[in-house]
Design a binder for this molecule. Structure first.
Ligand code: SF4
Length: 612
């Protein structure tokens, strides 16, 4: 077995230097190769190498020719293809569907990733090596594993496996799956027989499906049905959503015109020992030395540590439930201490740990008594009010304390967002501790909205909980020479949000001095509950209608969040008129926006009269 190299090989020269004639596996990715555990290709590559397989990487290939795809030759076992750390359409376009000019995952920020990168790369590889198995992975493949609404084309697209000539799709975090696939292929199994790997999806011929339909499989309404009927789409979404738990999730199938897309139950969670083993691998935490320009995505995470995976928050606009799942998988304190100790040996390390966290920083080591045996509840959402949820932040406090004791570490920050409802439920002094030592200027929190109807639809805590948290946070700032601030994230244009709701949010932002130039405008990314609502206008779990701001209304909602910006003045006035809140138009403090001129006010009065 060849020991882990300093960096995984990108070139034939590097391959030869390691004494390798043919790679076992070649990973193709839309990101530049950064050897850091926050980047999927590095993580999967290192895990495969650790399991005894040699891995080459083709990073950001030029998809307009074949040359880059053939440069490392044909792998012995399979090609693993991913768009990179993000969905290529999310990465290439703004929420307003304008093409972005940069790509933070690329050297110098220069975009090199094609739209629908997974499909584009797969077609190229398949053309060159038609007999070599292809396994898809990463966020883009994972969240497009069944028929899904695609915001960029404003239509329902087929499961990605019906569009890309690949053999298998790994969904969720893929370490277990790729090692099993490699092991079974290496032992001589055909890729077509790998139909029972947890955490993977595959397709079957229609005839095969009709003659040999597996027992116990959940069949969703098919592609034709969901692409023509929104109620079927919403029903299919809810059915699929309920099967995402690794303990009780069942296999799911969805007929397509030429094939059947089938998903096995999700992979079982990794134990603390397994996670520790992965993060103990010799990541260099640097970009591959061949890059001459900086890769913007590296800087904010270079000295950040992943403490856990999963999030039981289940926010409607986030598809993490479909990817990492709700069950929290935490590393041990000692493993994280080892990782930070390794960082301190790097000459670039200045003593600052930028972040210790996961999808939600303060879920480290939180757990529910039922998860191990029964999985996360199918019908119930987790919240601090559930008596089975252990909300003590004791281990997080212990972890932060231990990290600060490492020689060479000056500061340890919480850079990821925290769930304030969980922090309020804690009784181990977490908030006090982070306010004293672990905030770098701002603490990120995500109330997202203030109207109960909207927070309910988003599955976020009510505004009153956020208010209580703000009070507690403020109390911890008293007497401090250097105070910290909250950085709350609010969202415009979310399904369920009316113009009046948005005005309420703007007033709240004004009254609480939370105005920010950063705006989160809802983007319907694949496979979130909110995207299903956006497309269907229905709550998928109740089939009740939901108001969906689109087009001009969505633009107005966005402008209302930035009511101070002069280019937004007209839109803000239009929104206030529509919401019947012309009392907020005027000059001075109590108003949101100054009047545009007599014409607008007359129009407003006329509108009011018509309403009466
Ligand atoms: S019992 Fe409570 S904490 Fe546990 S999975 Fe169910 S809702 Fe979540």
């Amino acid at each position: 077995m060849i020991p882990q190299p300093v960096v995984l090989p990108l070139t034939v020269h590097e391959r030869n230097k390691l004494g390798i004639r043919q790679f076992d596996i070649i990973l193709v990715t839309g990101d530049a190769y950064i050897d850091h555990p926050s980047f999927g290709t590095a993580l999967i590559g290192r895990v495969l190498w650790d399991a005894g397989y040699t891995v080459g990487i083709i990073a950001q290939p030029d998809w307009t020719t074949m040359a880059d795809f053939s440069v490392l030759g044909k792998p012995r076992l399979f090609f693993g293809i991913s768009s990179g750390n993000v969905d290529s359409m999310v990465n290439n376009f703004t929420p307003n569907l304008k093409r972005r000019s940069g790509d933070v995952y690329s050297p110098g920020g220069i975009p090199k990733r094609p739209d629908r990168a997974t499909i584009v790369y797969t077609n190229r590889v398949h053309e060159l090596f038609p007999d070599t198995p292809i396994v898809l992975g990463g966020i883009e493949a994972s969240l497009r594993r069944f028929a899904h609404y695609d915001y960029w084309q404003d239509r329902v697209r087929q499961a990605i496996l019906a569009d890309a000539p690949a053999d298998l799709l790994v969904f969720g975090m893929g370490e277990r799956q790729v090692v099993e696939i490699a092991r079974r292929l290496a032992s001589g199994e055909m890729v077509s027989s790998l139909q029972d790997v947890r955490g993977t999806a595959f397709t079957l011929e229609l005839a095969q499906w009709r003659n040999n339909r597996p027992e116990g499989i959940i069949e969703l309404p098919g592609f034709r049905e969901v692409s023509q009927d929104k109620i079927s789409y919403a029903r299919a979404f809810a059915m699929h959503y309920l099967e995402q738990d690794p303990v009780h999730g069942r296999p799911v199938a969805q007929p397509h015109p030429k094939t059947i897309a089938i998903q096995n139950p999700p992979a079982l969670p990794l134990s603390a020992e397994e996670l520790d083993h992965i993060y103990d691998m010799p990541f260099s935490r640097r970009a591959h030395p061949s890059y001459t320009q900086k890769i913007p995505a590296l800087e904010p995470v270079q000295f950040s540590v992943t403490s856990h995976r999963g999030c039981f928050g289940s926010c409607s606009f986030c598809a993490l439930t479909h990817h990492q799942g709700r069950i929290i998988q935490s590393r041990s304190v000692s493993s994280i201490v080892r990782e930070v100790t390794r960082m301190t040996k790097m000459p670039e390390f200045k003593g600052i740990v930028q972040d210790v966290g996961g999808p939600t920083a303060n879920m480290y080591y939180l757990s529910c008594d039922l998860w191990e045996k029964f999985g996360a509840c199918r019908e119930k959402r987790c919240s601090p009010s559930c008596k089975n949820l252990n909300t003590s932040h004791r281990y997080q406090c212990e972890l932060l304390k231990k990290l600060l004791e490492i020689p060479g570490v000056k500061k340890v920050f919480i850079g990821s967002g925290i769930r304030y409802d969980l922090a309020l439920a804690d009784d181990s002094g977490y908030l006090e501790m982070i306010c004293a030592n672990h905030i770098s200027g701002h603490l990120k929190v995500a109330p997202e909205h203030v109207t109960k109807r909207v927070t309910d639809i988003m599955n976020k805590p009510e505004c009153e909980v956020f208010d209580r948290f703000c009070e507690r946070f403020e109390a911890h700032q008293h007497g401090k020479s250097k105070r910290h601030y909250l950085l709350p994230y609010f969202m415009s244009g979310h399904p369920g949000c009316s113009m009046s709701d948005m005005v309420n949010l703007a007033v709240y932002i004004r009254d609480h001095q939370l105005y920010t130039e950063q705006v989160q405008d809802f983007t319907p990314t694949p496979m979130s509950v909110s995207t299903c609502m956006y497309y269907t206008g229905l709550n998928p779990f109740t089939l009740e209608p939901v108001h969906v701001p689109k087009g001009h209304e969505k633009k107005i909602q966005r402008a209302l969040m930035q009511y101070r910006e002069s280019p937004n003045q007209e839109l803000v006035i239009e929104g206030l008129i529509a919401a019947g809140r012309t009392d907020l138009i005027g000059t001075g403090r109590p108003f949101l926006v100054p009047p545009l001129g007599r014409g607008v006010l007359q129009y407003a009065k006329k509108q009011k009269k018509t309403k009466k």
